[in-house]
Design a protein around this ligand. Structure first.
Ligand code: 1CP
Length: 343
């Protein structure tokens, strides 16, 4: 039996598309909030392999998604490289900032990350034993540009201005950082694959703020280098790329970087995706996560519309971005029922 997700990633069109959701293990689920409280805080949860495996499994038990995504965070890599990282409740991540050559020189080498990240690989091992046979295990990392935006600013930023500033003011230092992150990401994803991840996804959440040549240099090139290195080491592992908000740069992206699938946010229509992107292979995403809060007919209609528009080629149903804490768990079930019973 080939798993539904792997079939889609191999380019197969299916009557009912496989389904998973970004941030499917998260604060909208009462069982997640309970396990997180047991762990103490978010980072302790990430580094507690048993509890991280437990929260990864929770949405699989509740909804029977076709894929589980490792519970971890894109900011664990900078932490393993030596940045300080903490989370402020209700606000988000905070890191030590990277502004000077000295800050950069204080970071560790890519091959030195594995000691800190060993509990994450252990979570992957537990999951590959415990997941149902039909469920695919997805590992992930942030793309270098997105991770760099957090390392430079020390926090999430609406316009990524601090990273743009450093890139323009001190391109040599910025390129050193990007190259370190490329090597670190190859190391991190490769170890996730060795531990049992069957697919990996590269999240470039802030790719949309890169324009023109910058998009080629900092979104396309790093992703291409990571994928080509992974394909040499692990030729049979499919890779999903997610250059969020790339708009017309979504066109041809998957071919340019060598990914097996491209995830798309909700800023483009399913019909446009079908005509412009799915011609190159598997696509994933697109349902606005706000429907998981608002529900009703709009949720059902939009879900059906996406399924229909993307029914002519390989498709993995997903949201355009992560599900939010305000989402109603019932709406997730309605979405799944709509997909699995759609005529
Ligand atoms: O309070 C909590 O419980 C923490 C909320 C939370 C969760 C559930 C954070 C903090 N990270 C995560 C898990 C997480 N993060 C996963 C696990 C698997 C799953 O999807 O279920 C994944 C894949 C991520 C990836 C991630 N982290 C991204 C890329 C995807 C995206 O959402 O764009 C980014 C940008 C982060 C950084 C981050 N971590 C957490 C927050 C709140 C943020 C975003 C900060 C910001 O808005 O700038």
């Amino acid at each position: 039996m080939t798993k539904k997700i792997l079939k889609a990633l191999a380019g197969e069109k299916q009557e009912v598309p496989p389904i998973w959701m970004m941030r499917q293990a998260g604060r909208y689920l009462p069982e997640y909030r309970e396990t997180r409280a047991q762990a103490g805080d978010f980072l302790s949860l990430c580094y507690n392999s048993d509890l991280a495996a437990e929260v990864t499994l929770q949405p699989i038990r509740r909804y029977g998604f076709d894929a589980a995504i490792l519970f971890a965070d894109i900011l664990l890599l900078p932490q393993a490289l030596g940045a300080d990282l903490w989370f402020v409740t209700g606000e988000g991540p905070r890191l030590s900032t990277l502004q000077t050559k000295l800050d950069f020189e204080n970071l560790r080498k890519p091959e030195e990350i594995n000691e800190t990240l060993a509990p994450i690989y252990e979570t992957v091992k537990i999951l590959s034993k415990e997941l149902p046979r039909e469920t695919t295990l997805i590992g992930f990392a942030g793309a270098p540009w997105t991770v760099a935006t957090y390392m430079v600013a020390g926090r999430g930023t609406p316009d990524q201005a601090p990273a743009h500033l450093l890139k323009n003011k001190n391109p040599e230092l910025f390129d050193d950082l990007i190259n370190l992150l490329i090597e670190g990401t190859i190391e991190y994803l490769s170890h996730q694959i060795i531990a049992g991840a069957e697919v990996v996804k590269i999240f470039d959440s802030w790719a949309g703020s890169l324009k023109g040549n910058d998009f080629d240099k900092y979104a396309v090139e790093p992703c291409k280098k990571i994928i080509s290195a992974l394909k040499v080491k692990h030729p049979h592992i499919p890779i999903i790329a997610f250059p969020r908000q790339a708009s017309n740069r979504y066109i041809g992206f998957s071919k340019q970087v060598g990914s097996d699938c491209i995830a798309l946010d909700e800023s483009v229509s399913a019909e446009w995706i079908s005509q412009n992107i799915q011609v190159d292979g598997c696509v994933q995403g697109n349902l606005a996560s706000s429907h998981m809060v608002s529900g009703g007919n709009a949720l059902v209609d939009e879900t059906k519309r996406i399924v229909k528009a993307l029914s002519n080629g390989p498709h993995i149903f997903n949201l355009g971005h992560g599900i939010t804490p305000e989402a109603d768990p019932q709406n997730v079930q309605i979405m799944i029922d709509t997909i699995r019973t759609a005529e």
